[in-house]
Design a protein around this ligand. Structure first.
Ligand SMILES: *Cc1c(COP(=O)(O)O)cnc(C)c1O
Length: 478
């Protein structure tokens, strides 16, 4: 006798799943035919979606038809090789497949016991990665620290600020609420997620100091030192400093060595935000940029930006995992188990804000095994080299100026004209649908940003982009 059942069978899944894989492969083969920046107006997508859900189930074919008809026009194609906006959020087929396996297994790896492989693979892959980037020994699980995958660099920033708060207050804030005298330090160029973390952790934005930067937009350590002394004289307690390995606006590299020395001398937690540029540390020739990492307490970077790993995947390394665990650990009766009690395992729910966690290490494992260290180095070097070539074209042009020498893969430049004309140039280029790039403000000027890090960007794409930019600039200037 059959019971009522609406589920898709494994046999149907086999058939439908292959169609979806084909659809994704077709998408990548044709991705350059779509306008990079979605051209829809607000409300245009929602208007096409029915007000109510279907009472009876529909076929996957119907759903895929609507993906093409309704959803695709509202997609901005982050995986297009002509995408240069904000920062990359690149992807790769091995990563997509790893994520699919993770979906297929559907495990929830909140603690070791809920899927030992989810925890142990994550531990090992992040140790691999620490080795690949030549991170100090203390960040490895075999030493005092270790790595944990978080959703974003923003969450890692919050995690670091909260752990720093507990260190500074001898784990009193956890019990009694936040003390009011703590002060944190970032630069004027630090990512907004740090300000947000300071707000959320109860430190208060009035206790956040924005240190001024030099002509390359890097933090000035002598001003940091001066500010800390002022705050101490005022009876405040400096507790947290964030240095950036690659700021968002201009990819500026803070002097991590000097900042680290100050952090040590002043007993401040030193967090390094390498969200965008950390990936480059896989190549030995770029590691001079992270000189000073030895004194960091925590370090974060996003494989989901530039390491061919689908969003979301942020790596957070901690030098002393006990500080993290003492801050975030909580053990209700319903989660008690032998493995946890034995102390022989990591329960990653004690390493961050959330309890539940996806098996994200799988996609990272697939990426590293597919490319190998050499393959990853090859593609990162290629992006950096393409950025250098693009910068040369700009320098050689009489209509444009290079705003800063690109340290890695982000090129900041300006049309030698008023701000409005720079924005006009950008909008006109983006409206062609052929490329997509964005702007920032530096020294009170509009600056155009070309962030080169999409998986499939090649020289021919950049040549096309530059030709388009020059042509539009010519029209605007004449
Ligand atoms: C992108 C970026 C962030 C924010 O990253 P999320 O993972 O989206 O939170 C923070 N800092 C820097 C330097 C970034 O480039």
């Amino acid at each position: 006798m059959e019971t009522e059942n609406y589920h898709m069978t494994p046999e149907q899944f086999r058939i439908e799943g292959k169609k979806v894989i084909d659809w994704i492969a077709d998408y990548y083969e044709n991705i350059e035919n779509y306008p990079v920046l979605s051209q829809v107006k607000p409300g245009e997508i929602i208007e096409k979606l029915p007000l109510s859900p279907p009472q009876s189930g529909e076929s996957l074919d119907q759903m895929m038809e609507d993906i093409d008809k309704i959803i695709m026009p509202g997609i901005t194609h982050w995986q297009s090789p002509n995408f240069y906006a904000f920062f990359p959020s690149n992807a790769s087929f091995p990563s997509i497949l790893g994520d699919l396996v993770s979906s297929g297994l559907g495990v929830q790896g909140m603690i070791w016991a809920t899927s030992p492989a989810a925890t142990e693979l994550e531990t090992r892959v992040l140790d691999w990665l620490a080795g690949m980037m030549e991170m100090p020994e203390k960040f490895r699980s075999t030493s005092t620290g270790g790595g944990v995958i978080q959703d974003t660099a923003s969450t890692s920033a919050l995690t670091a600020v909260i752990a720093a708060r507990e260190r500074a207050t001898n784990f009193e804030s956890n019990k009694k609420g936040v003390q009011q005298k703590l002060v944190a330090y970032i630069s004027t160029q630090t990512h907004s997620s740090l300000e947000k973390a300071i707000k959320m952790a109860g430190i208060g934005t009035e206790n956040l100091r924005l240190i001024d930067v030099d002509d390359k937009f890097a933090m000035r350590p002598e001003l940091l030192e001066w500010q800390i002394q002022q705050d101490k004289k005022a009876g405040l307690k400096p507790f947290f400093i964030c240095g950036a390995l690659g700021t968002t606006s201009s990819n500026a590299m803070d002097p991590l060595g000097k900042i680290g020395e100050i952090a040590k001398a002043e007993n401040c937690w030193f967090h390094i935000d390498a969200a965008m540029s950390g990936t480059a540390m896989i190549c030995p020739e770029f590691r001079h940029l992270m000189k000073g990492v030895e004194s960091a307490d925590s370090f974060t970077f996003n494989p989901h930006k530039w390491m061919f790993t689908n969003f979301d995947c942020d790596v957070f390394w901690i030098a002393n995992r006990n500080e993290l665990i003492n801050t975030f650990s909580i053990l209700p009766e319903y989660l008690k188990n032998k493995a946890t009690e034995s102390g022989a395992v990591f329960d990653y729910r004690d390493w961050h804000v959330q309890l539940g966690r996806r098996f994200r290490a799988l996609k990272l494992w697939f990426v590293i095994r597919h490319y190998g260290v050499k393959g990853l180095q090859f593609h990162i070097r290629k992006h950096v080299q393409l950025a250098a070539e693009f910068a040369n074209w700009i320098s050689a042009s009489s209509d444009f100026e290079l705003f800063v020498q690109p340290p890695l893969n982000l090129v900041c430049f300006r049309l030698k004209a008023a701000d409005e004309l720079n924005l006009k140039l950008m909008n006109e280029c983006n409206n062609t649908g052929k490329i997509y790039f964005t702007h920032t403000k530096l020294n009170n000027l509009i600056v155009l940003r070309f962030s080169i890090g999409q998986t499939n960007t090649e020289k021919e794409h950049l040549e096309m982009a530059w030709k388009l930019i020059c042509q539009k600039a010519h029209e605007i200037l004449n």
